[in-house]
Design a protein around this ligand. Sequence first.
Ligand SMILES: [Zn+2]
Length: 61
Amino acid sequence: MHPTHRLSPGRKRRRRSHLALKGKHTVLCPNCGEVKLPHCACSNCGYVRPGLQLKLEDEEE
Ligand SMILES: [Zn+2]
């Protein structure tokens, strides 16, 4: 941008007030209740969706 169109600090801050990143979205696993990422397998039990559950190596505990 040309210096004649330079923004004031306040205008720059008002524009950037919308640019903050939101926190990571998570859902609760319906199988075990653990927090997991949506559309991803649960790291605790391997549950993805009804009819699809991954087998975990370390299921014991
Ligand atoms: Zn789970």
